[in-house]
Design a binder for this molecule. Structure first.
Ligand code: GLU
Length: 298
């Protein structure tokens, strides 16, 4: 049950590039349970900011899968593809702060000039265009200057996390020359606009959190609490993903999918639950106990 007294707002933010697989159901379920355990609201947001990756109709398939599992958004579903003006305004603010610059480097040039960082496992942008485009080059992307220093945050599942964003990641792209907005900007703006207080998502996004918080801080936005839940990996140890062919969740058998997602989160099965609704009620109670949550407290 949602409670009007709880300020908690959670969200599930799938990219509509195909149907949900078990890994995405784990993120959906964890975020739904945490919202319900707090008596809060749960929103679904379609992250179709990456036009080329978006599969027409996948949004409706995802919403139908979620509904079959007993999870529906407490508010209208927001589509990032309809929010260009909002992202434009955020970029304009950052530009006015002197933090945005055009970058003319190709992927190849960045790969050739910057080694992979030992801690982040990423190739930090070496800052080639920080002081201006190289002669004869046009912009390929717009980047934001990342402040020097280590950014730390408390992850509710994993504990304290720290990253030196400027060194380990470098200045990130917010918009490409073809007009595509970066997920990193869209997610920060949308979470703030939707009043999201709590992000619960898969641990594959843990490494994005520090840069998102730094960006949010720069824009003066409130920072949601975060919890990154374990990923499901295949037999080769790779994260389940649409790219490596993870099968769509069979929502004809919602209890099977819910139990699988639940046990992947490290909980014992709930054998007494005979419907998705009963399962979700029992799981909410167990989630509340596990995280010492008092209903209506955020
Ligand atoms: N759209 C992202 C994904 O499907 C999730 C973003 C988020 O939860 O912040 O991986």
């Amino acid at each position: 049950m949602t409670s009007p007294a709880s300020p908690y707002v959670g969200r599930f933010a799938p990219s509509p590039s195909g149907p949900l697989h078990l890994g995405s159901v784990v993120a959906a379920l964890a975020s739904w349970l945490d919202a319900r355990a707090h008596g809060g609201r749960w929103l679904v947001r379609m992250e179709d900011v990456d036009g080329p990756r978006t599969v027409p109709g996948a949004d409706q398939v995802i919403l139908a899968q979620l509904a079959a599992l007993g999870m529906t958004s407490d508010d209208d579903v927001i589509y990032q593809s309809s929010r260009h003006a909002v992202y434009e305004a955020a970029l304009a603010r950052l530009t006015a702060m002197g933090l945005i610059y055009p970058c003319g480097c190709t992927r190849r040039e960045i790969a050739d000039s910057a080694p992979i960082h030992a801690v982040s496992g990423e190739r930090p942008y070496p800052g080639t265009c920080r002081t201006g485009l190289q002669p004869g080059r046009g912009p390929r992307a717009w980047r934001v200057r990342m402040p020097a220093g280590v950014h730390c945050f408390e992850d509710r599942w994993l504990g304290r996390q720290c990253q030196d964003v400027a060194r380990e990641v470098g200045d990130i792209v917010l918009r490409r020359a073809d007009g595509q907005w970066a997920y990193q900007l869209a997610v920060v703006i949308d979470d703030a606009d939707q009043g999201v207080t709590d992000i619960v998502r898969g641990a594959d996004l843990l490494s994005s959190t520090a840069r998102q918080q730094v960006l949010g801080q720069t824009l003066g936005l409130p920072l949601p609490r975060v919890m990154h839940v374990p990923l499901i990996v295949d037999t080769d140890g790779r994260k389940l993903s649409k790219q490596n062919g993870a099968p769509a969740v069979d929502t004809q058998a919602p209890l099977v999918a819910l139990q699988a997602a639940w046990t992947a989160l490290g909980f014992a099965p709930l054998p007494d639950a005979s419907t998705a609704a009963a399962f979700l009620t029992q799981a909410t109670d167990a989630w509340r106990l596990r995280w010492h949550i008092h209903p209506c407290s955020a």
